[in-house]
Design a protein around this ligand. Structure first.
Ligand code: ARG
Length: 461
């Protein structure tokens, strides 16, 4: 049979394959709350400007509220034949309230309807994910305060570079996540314009009040161009690009967790709650959650690239290609929701092995730079010369199989006669860390101050 929504023009119904490729209710039913909110706002506006009667509006409001309850309790029957969430809800509304329901679609098209629903959905997700990012930042800052003085090796090229503190390392991720949160907030501002009232593509001849619907739905203003409003999805792309960058950050963090809890490192331990075993090797404790968090960036970036490719080259205005916009956004959102929760769980769960971290913080000639700096500060050597002298001392220590601090003063003086006993005061891990008081440096006092600043800010939000 012909479709009830446009059957006037049609003699027959769609083929099974036409239906199968066209249907989106399987996934876009996720937007049912947004669809009902949009319809409620639209109906209230239609009544206010006199396009429908107050009685019709009341019937629509009651009907939509009932439908919301049906969906919530699982009694609503979603029909594939009705294609998508918009027509499923509208058809049910007409079933429930008759003529009034059939008036709801006045001065509206599914094109501005879906653009509105989708913006609302992305906006809700931005709010949800931002709250999760804040929670993770709070957990990281809390642990950073706890580990403000816990020495660990800082790496470049994954080669021991200079001692840092574990707290400083954790706070680095707080900074990254704060920019991720900022990017989401920024995307939200640009997203927050209401497409409703753009109709199919050209606007409408009805005397609608777009400011009213925009305000009712929490948008800052109506969109300015009807063609743009129904045919662009850059708000979804911005969201996905912000999520991709965030997923990349979390992937790096997850990778560090994997490295830190591998047996040769043993810098941290995850409890049984965040570890899995092996079906064959009884000794294994695998950080699967971290590995999956490391991997999710593939799915999220894939969503971004997928949607960007769908949008590329589409002529204005709406085209059905755009129905492919939702799954990537839904999938990326689900992936990030889980990843943020898993990272937060692991941050709260982990225990640092301070002794092990400290041992490696002092290995690998990690205080060589402190020695070079001492030669500059005390002996007034040019830094390049000091670098060379230190290099020879490291080579000497390496040949003897000892640490820099285990060379005798006499041995050091063979390389640079001006060196005095005082040099030993800068060769310890603690001295190295304590000296890094420059703004943003790793000294424990800096770390405590930064962690406090973050915690105060996050707790005040
Ligand atoms: N299910 C469609 C989508 O998600 C709704 C818009 C349909 N508009 C149309 N002109 N066929 O894009």
């Amino acid at each position: 049979a012909a479709n009830a929504q446009w059957g006037g023009r049609f003699a027959g119904g769609p083929s099974a394959i036409m239906r199968a490729i066209n249907v989106s209710i399987g996934f876009d039913k996720a937007m049912w709350r947004q669809d009902i909110a949009g319809s409620l706002a639209h109906a209230a506006m239609l009544a206010k400007v006199g396009i429908i009667s107050a009685a019709d509006e009341a019937a629509i409001r009651e009907g939509l509220t009932e439908i919301g309850r049906e969906i919530e309790t699982g009694t609503f029957v979603f029909e594939d034949a009705l294609e998508d969430i918009h027509m499923n809800i509208e058809a049910r509304l007409s079933e429930r309230v008759g003529e009034a329901g059939k008036r709801l679609h006045t001065a509206r098209s599914r094109n501005d309807q879906v653009a509105t629903d989708f913006r609302l959905w992305v906006r809700d997700s931005i709010d949800g994910l931002s709250a999760q990012v804040s929670a993770l930042m709070r957990s990281l800052a809390t642990r950073a305060l706890e580990y403000a003085d816990t020495a660990m090796p800082g790496f470049t090229h994954l080669q021991t570079a200079q001692p840092v503190t574990f707290g400083h390392h954790l706070l680095a991720y707080v900074e990254m996540l704060s920019r991720d949160r900022w990017r989401l907030a920024d995307a939200r501002k640009r997203l927050n314009e209401c497409p409703l009232g753009s109709a199919a593509l050209a606007g409408t001849s009805f005397p609608i009040d777009r400011k009213m619907t925009a305000a009712t739905l929490g948008f800052d203003r109506p969109t300015a161009n009807s063609l743009d409003a129904v045919s662009d999805r850059d708000f979804a792309l911005e969201y996905l690009s912000a999520l991709s960058i965030m997923a990349m950050h979390l992937s790096r963090f997850a990778e560090e967790i994997v490295i830190w809890c591998s047996a040769p490192f043993s810098f941290i331990r995850l409890s049984d709650a965040f570890t899995t075993g092996s079906s064959i090797m009884p000794q294994k404790r695998n950080p699967d959650a971290a590995e999956l968090a490391r991997a999710k960036v593939g799915r999220v970036l894939g969503s971004f690239v997928g949607l960007l490719t769908v949008m590329k080259g589409l002529p204005l205005a709406y085209a059905k290609d755009m129905q492919e916009d939702k799954l990537p956004v839904f999938e990326a959102t689900e992936a990030m929701t889980l990843t943020l929760a898993a990272c937060d769980g692991m941050v709260r769960d982990l225990t640092a092995n301070g002794a092990q971290m400290r041992r490696f913080a002092g290995s690998g000639y990690s205080t060589a730079t402190d020695l070079a700096d001492w030669l500059v500060r005390v002996l007034k050597l040019p830094f390049r010369t000091a670098h060379h002298v230190t290099g020879r001392l490291v080579a000497m220590a390496e040949a003897k199989g000892v640490d820099l601090g285990e060379l005798t003063l006499a041995e050091m003086q063979l390389v640079e006669p001006g060196i005095t006993e005082d040099v030993f005061s800068v060769l310890s891990v603690d001295a190295s860390i304590a000296s890094r008081t420059s703004e943003g440096g790793t000294a424990g006092s800096n770390v405590r101050r930064q962690a406090d600043i973050w915690l105060t800010q996050l707790n005040g939000e």
